[in-house]
Design a protein around this ligand. Structure first.
Ligand SMILES: [Zn+2]
Length: 259
């Protein structure tokens, strides 16, 4: 059986082996044991399992399987694509680490025997992450990388695919159009906005407009998503965390990114 996916986590094991987690094309998360996966050895082979790389893994037929074990043993593996520019930019690197941490908080584990590889239920997640990495690498090559712009677009696309996009059309209390309201405030606990007639709070209409814009913006047009900032990207991360009952401090790369 052959799998394709993006490396989102890796742990060295023994002297030269690796345990890697891939976000697979079908949007689930697969764990693989790779003999010699760390590279090195007599010929100083480099590893092909850099974070963010797209790889292809063929697994060994496992005759005796421990029930419930999700680790698959790789027989052959190959790199299909690597984000060459990301590892040279520390902020971009922490950003993809954050994406991968976020993915691991909700992704479903692929279990051979009980999961269907061709099931398309979660494949939107794969397109969100693969587009994010491809275009992040691309703008780095053009010197156009703006961290909060990428973080904002990623979070908006992700929230949409998870089905937890905040309603940006109507006030959650009175139902009136938010576009016509003079101001709107974000209520992360409900994942909704309210007009300033109904709640008194910070006017976050700019944030609302950028969520709408992000929803409509394709990754290749990311430079059109203007006016983003870390503060707003942070609100989206907090909202995600609130929804999944996490604390932002549990996302280790987040602290590194904002440092
Ligand atoms: Zn209202």
């Amino acid at each position: 059986m052959v799998f394709e996916g993006i490396v989102i986590h890796k742990v060295p094991y023994k002297e030269r082996d690796l345990v890697v987690k891939l976000i697979l094309r079908n949007g689930t998360m697969g764990s693989f044991y790779i003999y010699g996966g760390q590279g090195g050895g007599k010929h100083h082979k480099p590893t092909i399992f850099e974070l963010g790389s797209m790889v292809k893994v063929m697994i060994r037929e496992q005759r005796s399987r421990i029930d419930g074990s999700e680790l698959m043993i790789a027989q052959e593996s190959q790199r299909l694509w690597e984000p060459q520019n990301i590892r040279h930019n520390i902020q971009a690197f922490y950003l993809i680490c954050l994406y991968f941490e976020i993915l691991q908080k909700f992704s479903v584990n692929f279990q051979i025997g009980s999961s269907e590889y061709n099931n398309q239920e979660h494949d939107g997640i794969f397109s969100v992450i693969s587009n994010a990495i491809f275009h992040l690498n691309d703008v780095l090559g053009k010197n156009e990388f703006v961290a909060h712009q990428h973080m904002t677009l990623f979070m908006v696309k992700l929230l949409f695919h998870l089905g937890i996009m905040p309603d940006t059309d109507n006030c959650s209390y009175c139902g009136n159009s938010l576009m016509e309201a003079e101001g709107a405030s974000f209520l992360p606990a409900n994942g909704q906005f309210a007009c300033l007639q109904c709640v008194s709070g910070e006017n976050e209409k700019g944030f609302l407009l950028r969520i709408k814009k992000g929803y409509q913006t394709k990754y290749q047009d990311i430079r059109e998503l203007t006016g983003t900032n870390f503060q707003e990207a942070d609100k989206l991360v907090h909202y995600f965390c609130h929804h999944f009952q996490l604390k932002p401090v549990e996302l280790k790369s987040y602290g590194l990114l904002l440092r």
